[in-house]
Ligand binder design. Structure first.
Ligand code: ZN
Length: 499
């Protein structure tokens, strides 16, 4: 009986923290979308006050006492309750073991490192950024030490994808890498490459009009969310008030469309999480990798499919009649599915993208195991990129300075993107078996059966299980790279034939 009331009290405190955290999310969204340029100083102070309040609330001794009591009574807990306690303990330990002074020092160093990264990338000189990278590495190692982690990189992988570890990723990536390289070689050897020169002069108003129709058809609830413009596309906010952004270029209309479908995939997951469990493992996403599986599935498996374009091509042509007047359906479809070697990860197609991630995974591992000195990063990056991707960067901006992540201390984050593709493909084949008419439904602009399936099997489950167990339960199989390989072969090999 006492356990029951302790549990009730804990979950209501956690829900309160969820609500408090969502205020921080709004501050962050507003900063990206609305903040006047001269108000950044005030916002930095607001953020600092907010972080202090959140930290105090989330690390209150009351939560610690409740967790201790509930852990002592663990025999009386249901599996769901045990999952809630497991994650609440993890979060509470992180907040209480890491000194507030350390967290504040690191937050400050990250905003300085971000500015240094912007400057170094502009100047195209890694040496200007190296001391800041080194400082972020020290902070990352120190945090892992505070948390008593045996391996610092494993700790960081787990931070973004609970339950995941380095050796699992190593195994999956080493299976996947040669398969991807073979597909890329096949594609690059094809004499007839897709022509994307038609994507010029697409007015922004029309682009926005088109993608809003797509986003709404996918099932994004505009009564509980918004879509705005920002420098970088993201999905933030809360499941009850989801804030997505996109960006527009007149000469790159596929960027706004595919990034919006991507962010909508994230948003549908957030909007599908059960709010009655907000703030607990039952109301949160499994982790970054499963989150990415949702965004990538909508962006790629759906958004680049013939079924999707069967419905949307006529609408696209009606929206951009002169731009597409001399382009055949097949030419348009091939342009949408163009694969090629590009130096920049965020511009990469869905085949080579995974190789970009493998470069970063290998280098991060080496930074943490001490076999790579951060001062040697440019040469190491170029060597790894040449070996894995088959592309040698021409300079640091094209190579080791291209991503913002390290300036913010986000080590261990990159693998989630590729894991998301692996999980997404496995989910895709599972759901296709259960939804035999999926292609016809998509071709009829009916995404409801797909969304219903994802709601039932992915979104509503929260984080009862971590990534590997979750995938096993939903797909009936261990996580395997074979589905991603199969999907990429089915999609791309017929588009790139030798003759
Ligand atoms: Zn994403």
């Amino acid at each position: 009986m006492e356990t029951h009331s302790d549990y009730q009290e804990l979950t209501s405190l956690l829900k309160r923290l969820d609500r408090l955290g969502s205020i921080g999310g709004l501050l962050g969204w507003d900063e990206q979308v609305n903040l006047p340029s001269a108000s950044t100083g005030l916002r930095a102070e607001q953020n600092a006050v907010f972080t202090e309040i959140y930290h105090r609330e989330a690390s209150s001794p009351k939560i610690g006492d409740l967790l201790n009591r509930l852990e002592e009574a663990k025999d009386q807990l249901s599996p769901d309750q045990a999952a809630v306690i497991r994650d609440a303990r993890k979060n509470f330990d992180r907040l209480t073991r890491i000194p507030a002074e350390f967290a504040a020092r690191r937050a400050k160093s990250q905003s300085i490192a971000f500015k240094a990264w912007v400057k170094a990338r502009k100047a195209n000189d890694f040496n200007d950024f190296q001391p800041y990278l080194e400082e972020q590495l020290q902070f990352a190692r120190q945090e892992a030490e505070y948390m008593g982690a045996a391996h610092a990189y494993d700790y960081w992988v787990d931070r973004f994808d609970p339950g995941m570890n380095c050796s699992t990723i190593e195994r999956l990536f080493s299976e996947l890498q040669p398969e991807l390289q073979a597909i890329v070689q096949h594609i690059l050897a094809c004499p007839e490459q897709p022509d994307t020169s038609m994507f010029k002069g697409f007015p922004i108003g029309e682009q926005e009009n088109f993608l809003r129709q797509v986003v709404e058809s996918m099932g994004f609830d505009f009564d509980r969310g918004r879509l705005d413009v920002a420098i970088h596309p993201f999905c933030g906010g809360h499941g009850q008030d989801t804030r997505m952004t996109t960006r527009f270029h007149e000469d790159n209309p596929l960027d706004s469309l595919s990034s919006s479908m991507h962010e909508t995939g994230h948003a549908l997951y957030e909007q599908g999480l059960p709010d009655e469990f907000a703030g607990t493992a039952l109301g949160e996403a499994v982790g970054m990798a499963v989150h990415e599986s949702q965004s990538r599935m909508w962006e790629n498996q759906v958004g680049r499919s013939r079924a999707f374009w069967k419905y949307w091509e006529p609408v696209y042509r009606e929206t951009f009649p002169s731009q597409l007047a001399r382009v055949s359906s097949e030419e348009l479809y091939r342009a949408i599915n163009k694969v090629g070697l590009t130096p920049i990860r965020v511009d990469a197609d869905e085949v080579t993208y995974n190789l970009h991630i493998m470069i970063r995974f290998e280098l991060e591992k080496r930074l943490f195991d001490g076999s790579l000195d951060s001062r040697d990063m440019p040469a190491a990056w170029n060597e790894t990129s040449t070996r894995i991707l088959g592309y040698t960067p021409k300079n640091d901006s094209e190579g080791c300075l291209q991503d913002v992540h390290w300036s913010g201390g986000a080590f261990g984050y990159f693998p989630s993107y590729c894991l998301g593709n692996i999980i997404g493909a496995q989910l895709w084949y599972t759901l296709r078996e259960q939804l035999p008419d999926l292609d016809d439904q998509i071709a009829g602009n009916n995404f409801q059966p797909l969304l219903d399936w994802l709601r039932k099997h992915v979104h509503s489950r929260g984080r009862r299980l971590y990534t590997m167990a979750f995938t096993r339960e939903v797909t009936g199989e261990e996580l395997s790279t074979k589905y991603l390989v199969r999907y990429l072969k089915e999609r791309y090999l017929p588009l790139y034939t030798a003759s």
